[in-house]
Design a protein around this ligand. Structure first.
Ligand SMILES: [Zn+2]
Length: 116
């Protein structure tokens, strides 16, 4: 192998490592992204607050109520979509920062001992 081709190989490895990809969660260009199955969204504090306001365990029961205002129904609809996005997994790309943030937020809003 010539000196030049060695150099070229080293450079391409560095380039490979620094390859920027768009994270599906924050939309930023990042290095070292994870490729695999990720949720459509990571937990959002503002939505988790709304979930808490409606009742974390039985917020969905409010969907059947008939005494709510249009705004309240709209908010419940949006919570529905948020909840679905949170529980829908698909192939995607996630950066390291979002991975860490996601783990933190799950720890905060969905502690394991409360599940099931
Ligand atoms: Zn990200």
């Amino acid at each position: 192998m010539s000196f030049l081709s060695t150099l070229y190989n080293v450079n391409s490895i560095i380039l490979e490592m620094k390859k920027l990809e768009t994270c599906h969660h924050c939309g930023k260009q990042k290095e070292n992204c994870y490729h695999g199955f990720i949720a459509l969204t990571i937990p959002h504090p503002e939505w988790e607050e709304k979930l808490d306001r409606w009742g974390r365990k039985d917020w969905w029961k409010n969907l059947e109520r008939t005494d709510l205002s249009e705004d309240q129904m709209k908010e419940l609809d949006e919570i529905c979509m948020y909840d679905q996005a949170l529980n829908t997994v698909g192939r995607g790309i996630q950066c390291d920062d979002c991975g860490r943030k996601e783990a933190e937020l799950y720890e905060k809003y969905y502690p394991k001992d409360l599940q099931n």
